[in-house]
Design a protein around this ligand. Sequence first.
Ligand SMILES: Nc1ncnc2c1ncn2[C@@H]1O[C@H](COP(=O)(O)OP(=O)(O)OP(=O)(O)O)[C@@H](O)[C@H]1O
Ligand SMILES: [Mg+2]
Length: 241
Amino acid sequence: MNILEINNLVKDFGGLRAVDTLSLSIEEGEILGMIGPNGAGKSTAFNCIAGVYAPTKGDVYFTGKKINGVRPWNLCKNGLARTFQIVKPFRSKSVLYNVMVGSFVTTDKTAVAEEKALNVLKILSFENKKDERAGNLTIAELKRLEVARALATEPKLLLFDEVMAGLRPAEVDEMVQIIKNLRDQGITIFVIEHIMRAIMALSDRIVVIHFGKKIAEGSPQEVASDENVIKAYLGDEYVVS
Ligand SMILES: Nc1ncnc2c1ncn2[C@@H]1O[C@H](COP(=O)(O)OP(=O)(O)OP(=O)(O)O)[C@@H](O)[C@H]1O
Ligand SMILES: [Mg+2]
């Protein structure tokens, strides 16, 4: 079953068409990657899916139900969570507090929220930082917190917007493993990432967008050897390894 389906999605900002008749679908249990140049419309597409923006045109279906215009909070309650490219934790609060904000999507009991948050921190090998102030975290830790916060909402579908940007190679490898583990636990993943090594290792399938339009779709190997993708994004020096 397709957990997510987008049909002819359009998002205009005034005269700028940021997403242009984009259609795609994700099967339950799949990891779908999305790549494309800066400004291609990737985050905007995510924002239309996650309810931050209502699409200008087109439809978004989640678990078979049309979700155009449904607010992020309600989507989150129904199992659609996302991370933000620009992380914005409550910097003066602890890691645990920040993750509990996510847990409160599925419970209104503080003790339950705390237990769920602690469980998420354990899954992400992050319990040792539970009492640290978010404002003191490194970039890699902030990204992990962003994943934790989203995971605490107990999603069926998780959208990751560049959770590996700014990480060192070893930290990228760790995040790839974390995301694979989440999928193995039954969460479907849609991931935007510029780090090719990571997106190639992670994705079952990749869609490539350019000026808001899909220009290629296929296995990592297929898109990496696609002439249009090389021209628009990867550059001639990119060699499939
Ligand atoms: N809120 C907004 N108002 C006006 N224009 C916007 C807004 N958000 C995005 N845009 C524009 O829409 C286009 C697509 O932006 P978007 O952030 O979706 O790109 P992206 O593919 O995520 O890029 P990057 O890889 O740099 O994150 C860009 O031209 C951007 O300037
Ligand atoms: Mg973006």
